[in-house]
Design a protein around this ligand. Structure first.
Ligand code: UTP
Length: 286
């Protein structure tokens, strides 16, 4: 079965980014001139996704408006002859009916946010994208994972090596190599202390999951940090179904973290011909 639906959990509190996230979802923070969520939605469409499911919380309005038409702006741009900008804002609005919003009314954790989308996803495999994990790459991660899913027909998560000292910030896997860039996962643990981590291979925010995951998420067991963790549900799923890890190529920025977010802005801006020289000149003056 083709992967047609993608879930975007955007209901986290974003406490690491306070005060910016006090009234706004962190996924609306812009890297250069595009909100994080737009990068993720574009990656999903590029991978062939047909339906976008947002699990929202606070700050929902700005996100909804971002993917909706703005007649006021369109009229003004048209009147001023700014046709490039007009085209840009028209193109970012998906076809009517493509986006579905549901609400996580309490931020009980990533696993719980995904469970909130269970009836919309139904009985088919689906993708999950965490927009605050921004990945700069020539091979868009979800597209690669969809291709591999088509062949392997099993759940899959994006993984990368992290600093040994940082394992307590990630879901960490224990896995065996099966082919180039693919590992088969034996076990996983959320945010282990470096002394207990089975490896330094961390799960990054791109997933393809079979609907069986909802059985485990529905048990609502609390894990690390008192939250309902996706990693714990996937660990249970492993007893019944295989899960693979895709070692993606590229640089990942943790945009939920203030330093990671600034690095992402710098890296993406320096690739823009209209910004590069101005920025480099300025950096030299600092
Ligand atoms: P994070 O682990 O980054 O948590 O969530 P957070 O609460 O957003 O941020 P901090 O740690 O307090 O700064 C990973 C993803 O899961 C979503 C977030 O929006 C983010 O995309 N999430 C997390 C939810 O949708 N609901 C939750 O209850 C928790």
């Amino acid at each position: 079965m083709k992967i047609k639906k993608a879930v975007f959990p955007v209901a986290g509190l974003g406490t690491r980014f306070i005060p910016a996230t006090k009234a706004m979802a962190k996924e609306m923070l812009p890297v250069v001139d595009k909100p994080l969520i737009q990068y993720a939605v574009e990656e999903a469409f590029e991978a062939g996704i047909e339906q976008i499911i947002f699990v929202t919380g606070r700050g929902k309005k700005a996100l909804e408006d971002h993917f909706d038409r703005s007649f006021e702006i369109e009229r003004t741009l048209k009147a001023k002859g700014k046709n490039d900008l007009l085209k840009q804002i028209q193109e970012l609005v998906p076809r009517t009916g493509t986006i579905i919003y549901t609400r996580q009314n309490e931020p009980l954790g990533l696993g719980h946010a995904i469970w909130c989308a269970r009836d919309i996803v139904g009985d088919e495999p689906f993708a999950v994208l965490l927009a605050d994990d921004l990945i700069k790459t020539d091979k868009p991660v979800l597209s690669e994972m969809v291709k591999k899913f088509d062949r392997m027909r099993a759940s899959m998560v994006a993984v990368m090596e992290v600093d040994k000292e940082q394992t307590d910030k990630y879901g960490i896997i224990n896995a065996q190599d099966v082919e180039e860039d693919i590992v088969r996962i034996d076990d996983m643990i959320e945010k282990p202390d470096p002394s207990e981590a089975p490896s330094n291979l961390a799960i990054i925010g791109r997933y393809i999951l079979t609907p069986k995951i909802f059985d485990y998420l529905g048990r609502k067991q609390k894990g690390a940090g008192g939250e309902i963790q996706l990693t714990d549900a996937m660990k249970s799923l492993l007893k019944e179904q295989p899960i693979y890890g895709y070692k993606f190529h590229g640089t990942r920025f943790d945009c939920g973290d203030k330093a990671g977010f600034q690095m992402a802005n710098l890296a993406f801006a320096l690739e823009r011909p209209d910004l590069r020289d101005k920025l480099l000149d300025f950096i030299k003056t600092l």
